[in-house]
Design a binder for this molecule. Structure first.
Ligand code: GSH
Length: 214
Protein backbone atom coordinates (compact mmCIF):
# COMPACT_ATOMS: atom_id res chain seq x y z
CA UNK A 1 0.00 0.00 0.00
CA UNK A 2 1.24 3.44 -0.95
CA UNK A 3 1.89 5.90 1.90
CA UNK A 4 -1.02 8.33 2.17
CA UNK A 5 -0.83 11.69 3.97
CA UNK A 6 -4.13 13.31 4.86
CA UNK A 7 -4.15 17.08 5.23
CA UNK A 8 -3.84 20.28 3.22
CA UNK A 9 -0.16 21.01 2.55
CA UNK A 10 -0.61 24.61 3.76
CA UNK A 11 -0.87 23.32 7.33
CA UNK A 12 2.57 23.73 8.94
CA UNK A 13 2.16 20.31 10.57
CA UNK A 14 1.28 18.60 7.30
CA UNK A 15 4.15 20.41 5.57
CA UNK A 16 6.61 19.12 8.20
CA UNK A 17 5.57 15.54 7.38
CA UNK A 18 5.74 16.14 3.60
CA UNK A 19 9.27 17.59 3.98
CA UNK A 20 10.31 14.51 5.97
CA UNK A 21 8.92 12.22 3.25
CA UNK A 22 10.60 14.31 0.54
CA UNK A 23 13.91 14.27 2.39
CA UNK A 24 13.75 10.49 2.67
CA UNK A 25 12.58 10.15 -0.95
CA UNK A 26 9.52 8.14 0.06
CA UNK A 27 6.68 8.04 -2.49
CA UNK A 28 3.36 9.21 -1.11
CA UNK A 29 -0.08 10.40 -2.07
CA UNK A 30 -1.38 13.55 -0.41
CA UNK A 31 -5.12 13.81 0.17
CA UNK A 32 -5.66 17.50 0.98
CA UNK A 33 -8.41 17.19 3.58
CA UNK A 34 -9.21 20.10 5.90
CA UNK A 35 -10.21 19.55 9.53
CA UNK A 36 -13.42 21.47 8.74
CA UNK A 37 -14.57 18.88 6.17
CA UNK A 38 -12.87 15.57 6.99
CA UNK A 39 -13.66 12.36 5.07
CA UNK A 40 -16.13 9.99 6.69
CA UNK A 41 -13.64 7.55 8.23
CA UNK A 42 -11.11 10.23 9.25
CA UNK A 43 -11.75 10.10 13.03
CA UNK A 44 -10.89 6.40 13.03
CA UNK A 45 -7.22 7.19 12.45
CA UNK A 46 -7.12 10.80 13.66
CA UNK A 47 -9.26 10.64 16.81
CA UNK A 48 -8.47 14.28 17.70
CA UNK A 49 -9.84 15.33 14.30
CA UNK A 50 -6.58 17.07 13.41
CA UNK A 51 -4.35 16.99 10.34
CA UNK A 52 -1.96 15.45 9.44
CA UNK A 53 -2.70 11.74 9.55
CA UNK A 54 -0.71 9.05 7.75
CA UNK A 55 -1.68 5.62 6.53
CA UNK A 56 0.57 2.94 5.03
CA UNK A 57 0.76 -0.85 4.81
CA UNK A 58 1.62 -1.14 8.51
CA UNK A 59 -0.50 1.41 10.39
CA UNK A 60 -2.60 4.56 10.45
CA UNK A 61 -1.53 7.33 12.85
CA UNK A 62 -1.85 11.04 13.45
CA UNK A 63 0.22 13.90 14.93
CA UNK A 64 3.11 15.30 12.90
CA UNK A 65 5.79 14.56 15.50
CA UNK A 66 4.64 10.97 15.99
CA UNK A 67 4.51 10.51 12.22
CA UNK A 68 8.01 11.96 11.67
CA UNK A 69 9.47 9.69 14.36
CA UNK A 70 7.75 6.68 12.82
CA UNK A 71 9.16 7.58 9.39
CA UNK A 72 12.62 7.96 10.92
CA UNK A 73 12.39 4.52 12.55
CA UNK A 74 11.09 2.86 9.41
CA UNK A 75 13.31 4.69 6.90
CA UNK A 76 16.42 5.74 8.85
CA UNK A 77 18.42 6.98 5.84
CA UNK A 78 18.92 9.89 5.48
CA UNK A 79 18.16 10.82 9.09
CA UNK A 80 16.00 13.82 9.97
CA UNK A 81 16.95 13.62 13.66
CA UNK A 82 20.55 14.18 14.79
CA UNK A 83 22.24 11.02 16.11
CA UNK A 84 24.02 12.57 19.09
CA UNK A 85 21.92 12.48 22.26
CA UNK A 86 22.36 16.20 22.96
CA UNK A 87 21.70 17.39 19.41
CA UNK A 88 18.73 15.04 19.16
CA UNK A 89 17.15 16.51 22.29
CA UNK A 90 17.87 20.04 21.05
CA UNK A 91 16.26 19.37 17.66
CA UNK A 92 13.20 17.85 19.38
CA UNK A 93 12.91 20.92 21.62
CA UNK A 94 13.08 23.36 18.68
CA UNK A 95 10.47 21.23 16.90
CA UNK A 96 8.21 21.34 19.95
CA UNK A 97 8.74 25.08 20.50
CA UNK A 98 7.80 25.79 16.87
CA UNK A 99 4.83 23.40 16.81
CA UNK A 100 3.47 25.10 19.93
CA UNK A 101 4.69 28.70 20.14
CA UNK A 102 5.76 29.70 16.63
CA UNK A 103 2.56 28.10 15.26
CA UNK A 104 0.52 30.13 17.79
CA UNK A 105 1.94 33.48 16.57
CA UNK A 106 2.24 32.74 12.83
CA UNK A 107 -1.04 30.74 12.59
CA UNK A 108 -4.35 32.16 13.83
CA UNK A 109 -3.40 35.86 14.16
CA UNK A 110 -1.44 36.02 10.88
CA UNK A 111 -1.78 33.22 8.31
CA UNK A 112 -5.41 32.50 9.17
CA UNK A 113 -6.33 36.20 9.17
CA UNK A 114 -4.57 37.19 5.97
CA UNK A 115 -4.61 34.01 3.86
CA UNK A 116 -7.19 31.45 5.02
CA UNK A 117 -9.96 33.95 5.70
CA UNK A 118 -9.67 35.27 2.14
CA UNK A 119 -9.05 31.89 0.49
CA UNK A 120 -11.70 29.75 2.19
CA UNK A 121 -14.08 32.07 3.97
CA UNK A 122 -14.05 35.10 1.65
CA UNK A 123 -13.71 37.40 4.67
CA UNK A 124 -11.41 40.37 5.06
CA UNK A 125 -8.62 40.01 7.66
CA UNK A 126 -8.89 41.63 11.08
CA UNK A 127 -5.81 43.85 10.58
CA UNK A 128 -6.03 45.17 14.15
CA UNK A 129 -5.52 41.62 15.40
CA UNK A 130 -2.68 41.07 12.90
CA UNK A 131 -0.87 44.28 13.90
CA UNK A 132 -1.25 43.56 17.62
CA UNK A 133 0.38 40.20 17.03
CA UNK A 134 3.17 41.59 14.82
CA UNK A 135 3.97 44.28 17.42
CA UNK A 136 3.46 42.40 20.67
CA UNK A 137 3.31 38.61 20.61
CA UNK A 138 5.47 37.67 17.62
CA UNK A 139 8.70 39.63 18.43
CA UNK A 140 9.70 37.69 21.61
CA UNK A 141 9.39 34.43 19.64
CA UNK A 142 11.67 35.78 16.91
CA UNK A 143 14.14 36.99 19.55
CA UNK A 144 14.28 33.49 21.02
CA UNK A 145 14.80 31.88 17.61
CA UNK A 146 17.49 34.46 16.79
CA UNK A 147 19.38 33.09 19.81
CA UNK A 148 18.91 29.46 18.76
CA UNK A 149 19.43 29.12 15.01
CA UNK A 150 22.83 27.96 13.75
CA UNK A 151 25.23 30.46 12.18
CA UNK A 152 25.71 28.31 9.13
CA UNK A 153 24.00 25.32 7.54
CA UNK A 154 21.01 23.89 9.44
CA UNK A 155 20.14 22.39 12.85
CA UNK A 156 21.43 18.96 11.91
CA UNK A 157 24.30 20.17 9.75
CA UNK A 158 22.20 18.60 6.99
CA UNK A 159 18.50 19.09 7.66
CA UNK A 160 16.37 18.01 10.60
CA UNK A 161 12.81 18.13 11.88
CA UNK A 162 13.85 21.31 13.73
CA UNK A 163 14.47 23.01 10.38
CA UNK A 164 11.22 21.62 8.99
CA UNK A 165 9.26 22.95 11.98
CA UNK A 166 10.86 26.42 11.90
CA UNK A 167 10.58 26.69 8.11
CA UNK A 168 7.03 25.34 7.82
CA UNK A 169 5.68 27.96 10.19
CA UNK A 170 7.79 30.81 8.83
CA UNK A 171 6.73 29.93 5.28
CA UNK A 172 3.12 30.53 6.30
CA UNK A 173 4.18 33.88 7.80
CA UNK A 174 5.80 34.65 4.44
CA UNK A 175 2.63 33.68 2.57
CA UNK A 176 0.87 36.21 4.83
CA UNK A 177 3.32 38.94 3.77
CA UNK A 178 5.59 38.86 6.83
CA UNK A 179 9.36 38.43 6.89
CA UNK A 180 11.56 39.15 9.93
CA UNK A 181 13.51 42.42 9.84
CA UNK A 182 17.13 41.53 8.93
CA UNK A 183 18.47 44.42 11.06
CA UNK A 184 16.73 43.15 14.19
CA UNK A 185 17.14 39.42 13.49
CA UNK A 186 20.27 39.02 11.30
CA UNK A 187 21.03 35.37 12.14
CA UNK A 188 17.44 34.26 11.85
CA UNK A 189 16.95 36.13 8.56
CA UNK A 190 20.12 34.62 7.04
CA UNK A 191 19.11 31.14 8.27
CA UNK A 192 15.63 31.48 6.72
CA UNK A 193 17.12 32.63 3.44
CA UNK A 194 19.35 29.52 3.36
CA UNK A 195 16.42 27.31 4.31
CA UNK A 196 13.98 28.64 1.71
CA UNK A 197 16.63 28.32 -1.01
CA UNK A 198 17.15 24.64 -0.20
CA UNK A 199 15.59 22.48 -2.98
CA UNK A 200 13.26 20.74 -0.50
CA UNK A 201 11.74 24.06 0.58
CA UNK A 202 11.88 25.54 -2.93
CA UNK A 203 9.71 22.62 -4.12
CA UNK A 204 7.19 23.20 -1.31
CA UNK A 205 7.10 26.94 -2.07
CA UNK A 206 6.25 26.10 -5.71
CA UNK A 207 3.57 23.62 -4.62
CA UNK A 208 2.07 26.21 -2.25
CA UNK A 209 1.97 28.83 -5.00
CA UNK A 210 -0.15 26.47 -7.12
CA UNK A 211 -2.41 25.75 -4.16
CA UNK A 212 -2.80 29.47 -3.43
CA UNK A 213 -3.43 30.18 -7.12
CA UNK A 214 -0.42 32.53 -7.39
N1 GSH B 1 0.08 18.39 17.46
C1 GSH B 1 -0.55 18.25 16.17
C2 GSH B 1 -1.22 19.57 15.79
C3 GSH B 1 -1.99 19.46 14.48
C4 GSH B 1 -2.94 20.61 14.29
O1 GSH B 1 -3.26 21.37 15.22
N2 GSH B 1 -3.46 20.72 13.07
C5 GSH B 1 -4.47 21.73 12.80
C6 GSH B 1 -4.36 22.25 11.36
S1 GSH B 1 -2.94 23.23 11.09
C7 GSH B 1 -5.84 21.10 12.93
O2 GSH B 1 -6.06 20.01 12.43
N3 GSH B 1 -6.75 21.78 13.62
C8 GSH B 1 -8.10 21.33 13.78
C9 GSH B 1 -8.50 21.21 15.21
O3 GSH B 1 -7.72 21.62 16.10
O4 GSH B 1 -9.62 20.75 15.44
C10 GSH B 1 0.47 17.83 15.13
O5 GSH B 1 1.67 18.10 15.32
O6 GSH B 1 0.10 17.17 14.15
Amino acid sequence: MNTIVYGVPLSPFVRKVLLTLDRKKIDYTNIPVTPMEPPEDFLAFSPLGKIPALRDDKLAISDSSVICEYLEDRYPDPPVYPHSMIEHARARWIEEYCDTKLAEVTGPPLFFERVIKRLLLEHEPDEERVQRNLNETLPPVLTYLESQVPDDHFFNGGLSVADFAVGSNMLNARHAGFQPDAQLYPRFSAYLQRLFQHPLFAARIDADAKFLGE
